[in-house]
Design a protein around this ligand. Structure first.
Ligand code: IPM
Ligand code: MG
Length: 354
């Protein structure tokens, strides 16, 4: 039976990168005899413009029945001044919640060929291979809130079951890697962080004794990620801290455009998306880096379709293309240096698939 895949190209460069990564996904799946039934749906500003809401019910229905969702990006200055409930970002938050995607995974690998693209010295970033695991359906993003004329509040709330499941998820991931887990919190100040720390300590020490677990304050973690990124393996944290730290770690590799992400629920249904935003300044120029979206397809194959060989074929082809010296504009020092368009770079990846 064919896997049901929904694409949500969204706004800005979302459609540009999705169209290209789908080319790669289709070629790989044909080769590995994986049947796909791909349908497109609306989200974000594009959905608002056509239907008056950033998350139409039809999109929720299609995504909750799908095996996996490939998303481009949401948002843009055009929708900055509309009512909060209709902002494109609400579409993304709503679909995460509707699909129960509590686990967000953002891997960061620094390719040896690209260490000079990183803002940090080679000696610091070399060998970095870490994963940020972010709790995605709780915390301050979804807590009680209110705005009046001269006062507003947002609240951060966590139940122990929410902390337990994300810490287990991260620990399981760490077991398959270097067995190091760093739990990030602000337990010297916040109650939710104190609960986080104790629940995390308990589940990990009881169920994953082989893991070396370290607790780190968020302020300290921001610093260590810049000064010694290669010492980290898996990091786990709440929704807000994960939003911030994953942007920080994304630049280690040289360009945010390189990085994929997966957001998963208990059934391994997921949304796969590059971690970059909609980049309205470069829409339609065919210069966006498609790697984040292409590697998101690899994660889709790994986690939702359980096709690790096909996933590795994509990862190897991306790495090979980089090793051959092909670059999109975000990875070259001067824009007059040789670089390929979004579609031309994707064609190189496809050539390298065999
Ligand atoms: C992300 C984004 C989103 C978030 C926005 C677009 C709502 O920044 O996926 O990190 O804050 O979660
Ligand atoms: Mg973010």
């Amino acid at each position: 039976m064919a896997y049901k895949i929904i694409t949500l190209p969204g706004d800005g460069i979302g459609p540009d990168v999705c169209n290209q990564s789908l080319r790669v996904l289709k070629v790989v799946c044909e080769h590995y005899k994986i049947d796909l039934d791909i349908r497109e749906a609306l989200i974000g500003g594009a959905a608002y413009d056509q239907t008056g809401t950033p998350l139409p019910q039809e999109t929720i229905d299609l995504c909750t029945q799908a095996d996996a969702v490939l998303l481009g990006a949401v948002g843009g200055p055009r929708w900055d001044n509309i009512e909060v409930k209709n902002r494109p970002e609400q579409g993304l938050l709503g679909i995460r919640k509707a699909m129960g995607l509590f686990a967000n995974i953002r891997p960061v690998i620094v390719y040896p060929e690209l260490t000079d693209a990183s803002p940090l010295k080679d000696s610091i970033v070399a060998g970095t291979d870490l994963i940020v695991v972010r709790e995605l359906t709780g915390g301050i993003y979804f807590g009680k809130r209110e705005t009046t004329n001269d006062y507003a509040y947002d609240t951060c709330e966590y139940h122990s079951y929410e902390i337990e499941r994300i810490c287990k998820f991260a620990a399981k991931l760490a077991v398959s890697r270097k067995k190091r887990l760093t739990s990030v919190d602000k337990a010297n100040v916040l109650d939710t962080s104190r609960l986080w720390r104790s629940v995390c300590q308990e589940v990990v020490s009881k169920e994953y004794p082989q893991i070396s677990l370290e607790h780190m304050y968020i302020d300290s973690a921001t610093m260590h990620l810049i000064t010694k990124p290669s010492t980290f393996d898996v990091l786990v944290m709440d929704n807000m801290f994960g939003d911030i730290l994953s942007d920080e770690t994304s630049v280690l590799s040289g360009s945010m455009g390189l990085l994929p992400s997966a957001s998963l629920n208990d059934n391994n249904n997921g949304i796969y998306e590059p971690i970059h935003g909609s980049a309205p300044d470069i829409i339609g120029k065919d210069i966006a880096n498609p790697i984040g979206s292409i590697l998101s397809c690899a994660m889709l194959l790994d986690y939702s379709l359980k096709a690790p060989e096909a996933a590795n074929a994509i990862r190897n082809a991306v790495h090979k293309s980089i090793a051959q010296g092909y670059r999109t504009i975000d990875l070259v020092r001067h824009s007059n240096n040789d670089h390929l368009s979004t579609s031309a770079f994707t064609s190189k990846v496809i050539e390298n698939l065999s």
